[in-house]
Write a protein that binds this ligand. Structure first.
Ligand SMILES: [Ca+2]
Ligand SMILES: [Ca+2]
Ligand SMILES: [Ca+2]
Length: 217
């Protein structure tokens, strides 16, 4: 006992104390690691959400800009059913000559499968999104000047909380709407867009935007 007390008195530690310290230190380091990891995941998720929101907003702006001067009767389909549409042909009025409206060539919005993606419930192109669509804008359809541009290749297959069953599952007045949907009632055209992105550990984030405006011509 005397030897033991002398040993402790010189600043030594018992084996039990050393082991206890190692366990406590390990536990603390583990907690710090978990908190740090959660913080990193939250930051990545937040960044992915922001990117998807920016993409969706920019896409909505572009679609509205293109369609704002669309001829009211120079669009196919002229009126949408309760399903809306993800494909639209439209013309723009170029002015009136001899009492007749002169129309531009036909332009087209069409929702296609994203390049490398097939409609099969699988992520064929390995970008983390399943069955994602591409919104393609084609100018002067059927002419020698026809040209297409893909405005976004991460459009969701369906709007959030919507399933393909001919019902309006998410209660927004349109049935089975895809990640790009145009729905027209009279001269009011509603535009809905949902864009996806990948978050931490393979998660998928999505951002939805919508607006409506009166068709002018
Ligand atoms: Ca994919
Ligand atoms: Ca709906
Ligand atoms: Ca549905």
């Amino acid at each position: 006992m005397l030897l033991h007390r002398l040993h402790r008195g010189r600043g030594g530690f018992t084996l039990v104390e050393v082991l206890l310290s190692v366990v406590i230190l390990g536990s603390l380091l583990g907690t710090v690691f978990v908190v740090q990891k959660q913080g990193q995941s939250a930051a990545v998720a937040s960044q992915a959400q922001l990117q998807a929101s920016l993409k969706a907003s920019r896409l909505l702006d572009r679609v509205v800009r293109e369609l704002q001067s669309m001829g009211s009767d120079a669009a196919t389909p002229v009126q949408s059913t309760s399903l809306g549409t993800d494909t639209l042909d439209w013309q723009v009025s170029l002015g009136v000559t001899g009492g007749a409206v002169q129309w531009s060539n036909t332009n087209r919005f069409a929702l296609a499968m994203a390049p490398g993606e097939a409609d099969n419930g699988v992520d064929d192109d390995g970008d983390g999104l399943v069955d994602e669509r591409a919104l393609v804008l084609t100018y002067e359809v059927g002419t020698a000047n026809q040209r297409s541009v893909t405005l976004c290749d991460a459009v969701a297959e369906l709007a959030p909380r919507e399933t393909a069953n001919a019902l309006d599952d998410n209660g927004n007045g349109v049935a089975d709407e895809r990640g790009f949907n145009l729905h027209r009632t009279g001269d009011i055209l509603e535009v809905r867009i949902t864009v996806q992105g990948t978050g931490p550990e393979g998660s998928v984030v999505s951002a939805s935007v919508e607006t409506s405006f009166r068709v002018r011509n």
